[in-house]
Ligand binder design. Structure first.
Ligand code: SF4
Length: 265
């Protein structure tokens, strides 16, 4: 493991990105060709991601062949062990209740909508990650220990600590209705005592990001157009705030959606 803080920074930066984590996991069993990796993550940013992983010392590149370095293998092993430790036995999970709604505020992106905070008791802790397959449009983040669930425009984030936040609801009644719906789905799975079957995770991809941008190609972000901006966002080479038109009221829900997607790149 690197002891030099600069090296640690490189590793943290490399592994903060979903695409690069995907590459590392893909290499877990054996070495792969750059073509095989390109088929999985796309060719557009392949060189960029491989270079970052190589700089962090996680992979070795020999012509067209990519493999985990010794350090990369140890890193992956330690991460897998940590994740296994975090997950509790699903059959021990207890049914949840929604504790009182704590806060109702206007949404930052669209002041005509509300964001609501509540609590789930008992906290779901390690079980939270296992609930992801219950919801067709959802994504679990290890980094934040949170599950984001999207239903139409409503975006709900459940944290392992029990905190729940709902954004883009029309009123408190709609928030309560959504909380009740989520509670019933989760409790039904808990009552069965079995973790839901895994499904293919919804991945954030380039076109999904592009779809939510204004698509005016105005260039205010310093890029040639929205597609170039989307590529830079995917590579974490720019920030969402650089697209200033997103702050206009007509793009409020686009910005809200992009904010969620960008968190999971
Ligand atoms: S500022 Fe936004 S709308 Fe304008 S080109 Fe960049 S991404 Fe597209």
């Amino acid at each position: 493991m690197p002891e030099n803080p600069n090296e640690t920074k490189l590793v943290n930066f490399a592994m903060a990105n979903g695409t690069r984590r995907k590459i590392i996991n893909f290499l877990a069993d054996s070495h792969k060709s750059t073509r095989e990796i390109g088929e999985i993550i796309g060719e557009a940013t392949l060189d960029f991601h491989l270079r970052i992983l190589q700089q962090a010392g996680l992979i070795e590149l020999d012509k067209e062949v990519v493999k985990l370095s010794e350090y990369g293998k140890n890193f992956l092993k330690s991460k897998t062990e940590k994740i296994e430790e975090k997950i509790v036995d699903f059959s021990q999970a207890k049914p949840i209740e929604i504790a009182s709604i704590r806060q109702v505020l206007p949404c930052i992106a669209d002041s005509s909508r509300l964001r609501v905070s509540a609590n789930m008791t008992p906290p779901l802790g390690g079980v939270l990650k296992l609930l992801e397959p219950l919801f067709p449009r959802s994504n679990y983040s290890d980094r934040k220990d949170s599950l984001i669930i999207q239903k139409g425009e409503i975006i709900t984030t459940i944290y392992g600590s029990g905190k729940v936040s709902i954004r883009m609801v029309k009123n408190e009644a709609e928030a309560k209705e959504e909380l009740e719906r989520l509670k019933n789905i989760i409790n039904e799975a808990i009552a069965k005592g079995e973790a839901p079957a895994l499904r293919e995770k919804v991945k954030v991809d380039l076109m999904e990001i592009y779809k939510h941008l204004p698509q005016t190609n105005c260039g205010k972000c310093g890029e040639q157009g929205c597609y170039s901006f989307a590529i830079k966002l995917m590579a974490r080479q720019t920030a969402l705030e650089m697209c200033t038109p997103l702050k206009e009221p007509e793009y409020a829900s686009n910005q809200e959606n992009l904010q969620v997607l960008v968190d999971y790149i």
